[in-house]
Write a protein that binds this ligand. Structure first.
Ligand code: ZN
Length: 237
């Protein structure tokens, strides 16, 4: 019996067919492995992106909020005849504000009055907390931003939010008439990055508002947090 040259012997045909089958299986395995690796990487990215903490860290500093505890690590600030210190009130309130902001998902930090970190500080907002003198009978709070602001509309909005929410939370009256040059030319405003919105709040008088400042620091902190939240989320009611 004759056989065509192309067909070869039966053994060779079987060998070639086996080789083709092995190569095909190898190719299929390679394609499946490639697709599988790609899909696994895609899923890993999806899981990573679902965590806002990672996304924020990768994007910018806009989620960070800086809170200056007025006079911290520098001096006592105002002092009352009975020894009550402004720095203690400011620090208590600043720590509460930072804790509340963290509970709301922000990356908040308390800074001392002259913290090195303030140089070119970048954040979604920087708020400095101070208290007014121990003059008996004086009451009220006030908020200010730097006079020569690089972002006046943004900073005006931060100031307006703090005024509205702090007034609502504490019931204190606005004391805008006694805003000082020290507030409008506050040293930290000259240090932070020009695009970081900054404001300083005098949360009340250690004289007339002593009970609020010392017995209800939570209410004081809530007012400041609500003001910051109002600024960060303009769409919120
Ligand atoms: Zn002060």
């Amino acid at each position: 019996m004759g056989q065509s040259p192309s067909s070869g012997k039966p053994k060779d045909r079987i060998r070639r067919a086996t080789l083709r089958a092995v190569l095909l299986v190898a190719q299929v395995c390679f394609i499946v492995a490639t697709l599988g690796t790609g899909y696994a990487a895609y899923r890993a990215w999806q899981v990573w992106a679902a965590f806002p903490v990672h996304a924020a860290a990768a994007s910018d500093a806009s989620q960070r909020i800086g809170i200056i505890a007025g006079h911290l690590d520098n001096d006592s600030g105002a002092v009352c005849p009975d020894g009550l210190l402004e720095v203690d009130i400011n620090t208590e309130v600043a720590n509460r504000v930072a804790r509340m902001l963290r509970l709301l998902g922000h990356e908040a930090e308390v800074l001392s009055e002259y913290a090195d970190a303030l140089t070119n500080y970048r954040a979604g907002a920087l708020v400095s907390i101070h208290s007014d003198s121990c003059l008996p009978g004086r009451s009220g709070f006030k908020v200010a931003r730097v006079v020569n602001s690089a972002i006046p509309e943004e900073e005006d909005r931060l100031v307006a939010c703090l005024y509205r929410e702090y007034e609502r939370a504490t019931g204190l009256a606005r004391d805008e008439a006694t805003i000082t040059v020290d507030m409008e030319q506050y040293h930290a405003f000259a240090k932070i990055a020009a695009d970081t919105p900054g404001a300083i709040i005098e949360i009340g008088f250690m004289g007339g508002d002593r009970k609020l400042l010392t017995k209800h620091p939570d209410r004081v902190a809530r007012g400041i947090v609500a003001g910051i939240a109002c600024f960060l989320e303009p769409a919120a009611p």
